[in-house]
Design a protein around this ligand. Structure first.
Ligand SMILES: CC(C)(COP(=O)(O)OP(=O)(O)OC[C@H]1O[C@@H](n2cnc3c(N)ncnc32)[C@H](O)[C@@H]1OP(=O)(O)O)[C@@H](O)C(=O)NCCC(=O)NCCS
Length: 188
C-alpha cells in the first residue's frame, strides 16, 4: 500500500494496549448488592479513552458504544480488569475493543463478563476531528479484529437505515392488534 507522506506514521496495536484494574468496593453496589452497570460503563469509557488517546496522541471523545450486554453480574470484592486495544482506525475515528474480566480474589476464578466496542474520535487543539495514525497490524489476530470492526460498522449503518425506514412506516392505528398479545394495556 502506498503511504501518504502527509499522514502520521503507523503505530502498532501493542503501542496503545491498556489494562485498567479496579477493585469493586461496596459503594459501587446497587440495591441488589451487585455492581451498578453504570460503574462498569464508566470504566469502559475510561479505558477506551486511555487507549484511544495513546494511539492518537490527542484528546478523544466518545461517539458510540456497541455490545454492552451484561450477561453475568459483577460482585462487590471482585477485581475487574478491562483490557483495551485499538481494533480499527478510520481517518479521525478509532474503534477500541474492550474485554472485561471479573476475578473472585478468594478462589481466583475469572469470568468474562462482556466485550464492548467503543468508537472514539480524536480532536485537535481547534476542537475539530483530527487525523489519527494508521494502525500497524502485527498479527493475523490484529487483521481479523480490523476486518470485524469494518463489518460491524457496515452492518450498523445498514441496520440504522433499515430501522429508520421501518420506523417511519409504523402506523399506530393499523398495528394496535399486534399489541394484544404483548404485556401492555391500551389505556386511551
Ligand atoms: C464525534 C463528533 C466530533 C463527530 O462530529 P462530525 O461533525 O460528525 O464529524 P465528522 O463527520 O468529521 O466525523 C468524524 C468521525 O466520526 C465518525 N462518526 C460520526 N458519527 C459517528 C457515529 N454515530 N458512529 C460512529 N462513528 C461516527 C465519522 O465516521 C468520522 O470518522 P472517520 O474520520 O474515521 O471517517 C461530534 O459528533 C461530537 O463532538 N460529538 C460529541 C462527543 C462527546 O462529547 N462525547 C462525550 C459524550 S458525553
Amino acid at each position: 500500500m502506498q503511504r501518504d507522506p502527509s499522514s502520521p506514521e503507523p503505530k502498532p496495536v501493542s503501542f496503545s494496549q491498556t489494562t485498567l484494574t479496579e477493585l469493586m468496593i461496596p459503594s459501587y453496589a446497587n440495591f441488589g448488592g451487585k455492581i451498578h452497570g453504570g460503574i462498569l460503563l464508566s470504566l469502559i469509557d475510561k479505558v477506551a479513552y486511555a487507549c484511544a488517546s495513546r494511539h492518537a496522541a490527542t484528546y478523544c471523545v466518545t461517539v458510540s458504544v456497541d455490545g454492552v450486554d451484561f450477561l453475568k453480574p459483577v460482585e462487590v470484592g471482585d477485581l475487574v480488569s478491562l483490557m483495551a486495544s485499538v481494533n480499527y482506525v478510520g481517518r479521525t475515528s478509532l474503534v477500541i475493543g474492550i474485554k472485561v474480566i471479573a476475578e473472585n480474589v478468594r478462589n481466583g476464578i475469572q469470568r468474562h463478563t462482556n466485550t464492548s466496542y467503543v468508537t472514539m474520535v480524536a480532536k485537535g487543539d481547534d476542537d475539530k476531528p483530527a487525523v489519527v495514525p494508521p494502525l500497524l497490524l502485527e498479527s493475523e489476530a490484529d487483521a481479523r479484529r480490523f476486518l470485524e470492526a469494518m463489518k460491524r460498522r457496515e452492518l450498523r449503518e445498514k441496520y440504522k437505515d433499515a430501522f429508520d425506514n421501518e420506523k417511519n412506516r409504523i402506523a399506530v392505528e393499523e398495528n394496535l392488534d399486534k399489541l394484544s398479545s404483548q404485556r401492555c394495556v391500551i389505556g386511551w
